[in-house]
Design a protein around this ligand. Structure first.
Ligand SMILES: *[C@@H]1O[C@H](CO)[C@@H](O)[C@H](O)[C@H]1NC(C)=O
Ligand SMILES: *[C@@H]1O[C@H](CO)[C@@H](O)[C@H](O)[C@H]1NC(C)=O
Ligand SMILES: *[C@@H]1O[C@H](CO)[C@@H](O)[C@H](O)[C@H]1NC(C)=O
Length: 258
């Protein structure tokens, strides 16, 4: 009894396998993680295999936090993709992608045959790479010797995020690396290429100069902020000490005279 029902189970299992092969569809994507530069093109791949007697329906959707929307439905593209996208046998081709096109897309293919309906889907992430914009730089116009001074540089459009390079009097500043030339030279600052800060722990008169920073992320052109001058002056407390001393000396001299 047990072996007969087992055999039946096995037979029906094999039956399902064969049935799947004959009438089912399968889809696959060449690239689940598509990266494309902004204003260039992107291909979202969705390849399908299906048996001849099936009739197919192809739909594409974009999955966003605020819901799922159609990208391709009823044989045509929707929204602003209407004029920018075309259907290929192997997926979709989008021209002039913009950062707004970034997101998760789902290719859904359903096949109908006398055996029923089958749905297969593939999910593809599109990341649109964006060139940096002009960074905002903050450079104090004046600072006192011996104080901590931080210059900052930031832009937020770039994707992936930009890295930053500071320049003083037109010369690229070296990163403190702990080896070689950068250690030998007298580096009085810490440049953080990721955050864009240029930190002087104790700024000296010698740090006076014309500063600017450049943002780049390997996409498109790098961008620079305009040059700003930082003037480092003798600390005012030292100055006022000096002044008050000389004033005292003067009063003293005066009183002495009187
Ligand atoms: C690409 O898209 C941008 C933004 O939508 C638009 O300003 C630009 O003119 C488009 N370029 C082409 C070649 O269609
Ligand atoms: C570094 O600075 C010190 C003191 O300011 C100076 O004596 C030395 O020569 C400098 N070294 C280099 C390599 O510039
Ligand atoms: C001042 O800066 C110049 C280069 O800008 C460097 O050659 C010199 O060694 C610096 N002097 C000190 C005292 O750090």
């Amino acid at each position: 009894m047990a072996s007969r029902s087992l055999r039946l189970l096995l037979l029906s299992y094999l039956g399902v396998l064969c049935y799947h092969e004959v009438t089912g569809i399968s889809i696959e994507t060449d690239n689940k993680n598509v990266k494309a530069e902004e204003f260039k093109e992107a291909i979202l791949s969705c390849k399908h295999k299906f048996s001849k007697e099936t009739s197919l329906r192809i739909e594409w959707k974009k999955i966003q936090s605020r819901g799922v929307s159609f990208v391709y439905y009823n044989g045509e593209f929707t929204g602003d993709l209407k004029d920018r996208a075309e259907m290929l046998n192997t997926g979709i081709h989008i021209r002039n992608v913009t950062r707004k096109d970034s997101g998760t897309y789902r290719c859904e293919i359903s096949a109908k045959s006398e055996h029923g309906q089958h749905l297969r889907e593939a999910t593809i992430m599109l990341t649109v790479l964006v060139a940096p914009t002009i960074p905002k730089c903050e450079v104090p116009s004046s600072a006192m010797t011996g104080t901590v001074v931080e210059l900052s540089c930031k832009e937020t459009e770039g994707s992936p995020p930009s890295e930053y390079q500071w320049y003083k009097n037109g010369v690229a500043l070296l990163e403190k690396t702990g080896t070689g030339g950068a250690r030998a030279a007298n580096i009085t600052y810490t440049m953080n290429k990721k955050s864009g800060t240029l930190l002087f722990n104790t700024v000296t008169k010698n740090d006076t100069g014309e500063y600017f920073c450049e943002a780049s992320n390997g996409i498109g052109l790098s961008q620079k902020c305009s040059v700003k001058r930082m003037q480092v002056e003798e600390s005012s407390s030292q100055k006022s000490n000096y002044e008050s001393t000389s004033e005292k000396d003067f009063k003293h001299t005066k009183s002495f005279v009187i």
